[in-house]
Design a protein around this ligand. Structure first.
Ligand code: PMP
Ligand code: GLN
Length: 385
């Protein structure tokens, strides 16, 4: 049989699967793929067990459990003073990835251009390609990975259909300020551009800074889709449950695609999350300080090492600059070196670029880890000169 041309010819296996498999194979410390190595809140696990025993085991509503959607609406209302209609403006999805994918398939037509800021999360590019869109990659500017707004202005054309934003940002930990959003609003006000805002780390933001959602801006509410992930917020990445928010005219089109991509999410998980949000609202309130403590513990421990780093402002990722240790190695080579020689697995920053900068000497580490894991990592990294 003749095997048809692949639809994603340049895409191999995702870097997250590759590096986690390497960690397993080498029995090495895995700080590559982003997931907590500590348990989820026990009460949440009990709610899940109870939800299955109580019979929440058949298809839930395709749009998601209404109570959970109402809770998402409350969170947005409390933070962004926006009134969302849970019935027509919120969909609970089987994770953020399928929400992003569905949004891109729903709105990007063949030949449409989509602006993506690199380094970017690895699912955006392939989703655009499957929609036969054209991704226009703009590199964030070092050292703090800010947006070059002149470049955005120069990249927008009559074909630009969508701009993908990610704040707090994976993999750099940068966040968008109010001024960033206001500049975006000015640039797109006379266009038909849709903003797809990936806000999966919305509650993981540090140093008393606030998260600005696309929905905090009146001017963006009719043209934005915001995607979130309960996996990040509740330490359950394997539960693959997220949401998408958008005004009803956009949501209608989003749902047309999502219903055939997935139909619905996982029923008992939605019940458990909803009960946990109701009974333990402090979990979300405390999440930023929970992860800020981890970040501070980690970067303090790394002070005496030869790596250079600056505090991340949000997410649970930290970039390490190894240019004073092995400037001769590319970041892919450095990750292999660290894995094989030191038994610690990380992610090369280049993996998040369409056109990686040759000079990049940065690797990403995930600090959503138990203190003992962070201690082990610090102990290993101290030895690398
Ligand atoms: N967007 C970003 C920026 C992420 O880091 C992740 C991480 N997994 C996702 C989307 C996907 O989230 P989910 O696991 O809920 O699909
Ligand atoms: N978002 C996680 C990360 O950046 C991984 C998700 C995945 O493995 N697809 O590491």
């Amino acid at each position: 049989m003749h095997i048809p041309e692949p639809k994603l010819p340049q895409q191999g296996t995702t870097i997250f699967s590759v590096m986690s498999a390497l960690a397993q194979r080498l029995n090495a410390l895995n700080l590559s793929q982003g997931f907590p190595d500590f348990a989820a809140p026990p009460q949440l696990l009990e709610y899940l067990a109870k939800a299955t025993l109580d019979g929440h085991n058949q298809y839930p509503s395709g749009d998601g459990l209404l109570k959970l959607r109402e809770q998402v609406a409350q969170i947005f209302h409390h933070r962004d003073q926006v009134h969302l209609d849970p019935i027509s403006e919120i969909t609970v999805t089987a994770g953020a990835t399928i929400a992003l994918h569905s949004a891109i398939q729903a709105f990007v037509h063949a030949g449409d251009e989509v602006i993506v800021f690199d380094p970017s999360y690895d699912s955006y590019g392939p989703a655009i390609q499957l929609a036969q869109g054209v991704s226009k990659h703009i590199s964030l500017k070092s050292p703090d990975f800010h947006v070059d707004w002149q470049q955005v202005k120069d990249t927008i054309t009559s074909k630009t259909r969508m701009i993908i934003v990610n704040t707090p940002h994976n993999p750099t930990g940068a966040i968008w300020s109010k001024e960033d959003w206001q500049t975006l609003i000015e640039l797109i006000q006379d266009t038909q551009i849709i903003v797809l805002s990936d806000e999966v780390y919305e509650h993981i933001i540090f140093d008393k800074q606030r998260h600005y959602s696309a929905f905090s801006f009146e001017a963006l509410r009719n043209r934005s889709l915001v995607v979130g992930s309960f996996g990040k917020t509740f330490h359950v990445t394997g539960w693959k449950t997220g949401y998408c928010v958008g005004s009803s005219h956009l949501m209608q089109q989003f749902r047309q695609v999502y219903q055939f991509a997935c139909f619905c999410g996982v029923s008992p998980v939605q019940v458990a999350l909803s009960q946990f949000i109701e009974h333990c609202p402090e979990h979300i309130e405390n999440l930023a300080s929970f992860y800020q403590n981890k970040r501070d513990y980690f970067i303090n421990g790394l002070k005496e090492t030869s790596f250079k780093l600056k505090p991340t402002q949000g997410t649970y990722f930290q970039l390490l600059d190894y240019s004073s240790i092995r400037p001769d190695l590319s970041d892919y080579e450095m990750c292999q070196y660290l894995a094989h020689e030191y038994k610690i697995v990380t992610i090369p920053l280049s993996a998040f670029y369409k056109m990686p900068p040759q000079s990049s000497r940065l690797v990403r580490l995930c600090f959503a880890k138990k203190q003992t894991t962070l201690d082990q990592a610090i102990h290993i990294l101290e030895k690398i000169k």
